[in-house]
Design a protein around this ligand. Structure first.
Ligand code: NDP
Length: 336
């Protein structure tokens, strides 16, 4: 079957692409420019390049922008929607975050309904941001939890990203409920994601947001002061997130479900200790070894049973994730 993967240049999408190709799918990725599209194709194993193509979609917030994409032959059977802004320092929450996230999602679903009757399932990358309620943490989070963030909250640039994820996921479920399309939906609500950076990345300046913490630590930026981790104290490896997306497409009973994809707790101290023990040459750049663990003792718990039972996930540990992230950062930064 043929899959449309939106936001193909992204960190998570690059691993979803690998996992889809490994599973034998043919994939069309969307990217915002020809240059990005070509970099993605160039990053794929030569033997898999003939199964990979790209389409330029400049502005996902524009109504009907995906219509032409579904004229594809053979027809697209599945859609994985990862494209959504995720960066720090928004100036205009509506234009930069809420519109591309919400209209990008509903516009895509509308195009599928109208132009792609062959699509059976859509998987959307939501986030644990749509689950967590930092003002009053649950004791244990699971898929029944929803962040209470509103559009008005999103007018605060610090909350724009969270609002964009909550409201775009809500809009997607509402679309299914109201429009009764031919396809069903699953969402991947992964937590803060670490792991090998994408092969299509031109330079470390373009590094995705959730890997900044590990880059900054390696670059000595946390020698004197740790970056806060709150409100997110859990991590997951991007390869597990990618597998979750593919399984959510292929496992029949995954349809209609959210999946809270979480590997474990993390703290700055734990990341630093892993780097110190595996990369002695970096120890002078790291926070001091004698620091106390900055994971709060009363931290919330997480329940990832559904992802293990329905999607068959087995999670990588923090050490493997951090080491493979550092390796990939050092490689692109040529040792930094
Ligand atoms: P990246 O920034 O690496 O990827 C984001 C992707 O979305 C890029 O391909 C980007 O294109 C595309 N994109 C952003 N804004 C637009 C827009 N306005 N129009 C078209 N495309 C756009 O981040 P991630 O891979 O981490 O994020 C992917 C998805 O995963 C997002 O939905 C994010 O919310 C979600 N997520 C991420 C988590 C994490 O910790 N990393 C945790 C939970 C969810 P371009 O390269 O051209 O900018």
């Amino acid at each position: 079957g043929k899959v449309l993967l939106t936001g193909g240049s992204g960190f998570i999408a690059s691993h979803v692409l690998d996992a889809l190709l490994d599973d034998g799918f043919e994939v069309i990725v969307s990217a915002r420019s020809d240059e990005k599209g070509q970099r993605i194709i160039g990053s794929v194993q030569p033997s898999q390049q003939k199964k990979t193509s790209y389409v330029v979609v400049k502005d996902i917030a524009r109504d009907g922008i995906f219509d032409a994409v579904f004229q594809s032959d053979p027809p697209i059977k599945y859609v994985v929607h990862t494209a959504s802004p995720y960066y720090l320092g928004a100036q205009d929450p509506v234009k930069e975050f809420l519109d591309p996230a919400i209209k990008g999602t509903t516009g895509l679903l509308k195009s599928i309904k109208e132009h792609a009757p062959g699509v059976k399932r859509v998987v959307i990358t939501s986030s644990s941001a749509a689950i967590l309620n930092p003002d009053s943490h649950a004791k244990v989070y699971d898929e029944t939890c929803w962040a209470p963030t509103t559009w008005e909250d999103g007018m605060d640039p610090k909350q724009a990203y969270k609002a964009s994820k909550v409201l775009s996921e809500r809009a997607a479920w509402a679309f299914i409920e109201e429009e009764r399309p031919n396809f069903d939906l699953a969402t991947i609500n992964n937590t803060y994601t670490f792991g090998p950076i994408q092969r299509n990345l031109p330079s470390l300046d373009a590094l995705n947001t959730s890997n900044h913490r590990i880059r900054d630590m390696v670059q000595g930026k946390m020698k004197d002061a740790l970056a806060p981790t709150a409100p997110v104290f859990t991590f997951v490896d991007v390869r597990d997130v990618a597998l979750a997306h593919v399984r959510a497409l292929t496992v029949p009973r995954a349809g209609g479900n959210r999946f809270y994809v979480v590997g474990g707790h993390f703290s700055n101290k734990r990341i630093a200790d892993i780097i110190r023990s595996r990369y002695p040459q970096l120890s002078a750049s790291l926070p001091p070894a004698e620091l106390d663990d900055d994971l709060p003792g009363d931290v919330y718990g997480f329940d990832n049973r559904k992802t293990r039972e329905v999607l068959g996930l087995e999670y990588r540990g923090l050490e493997e994730s951090v080491v493979d992230t550092v390796d990939s950062i050092l490689k692109l930064g040529q040792g930094l």
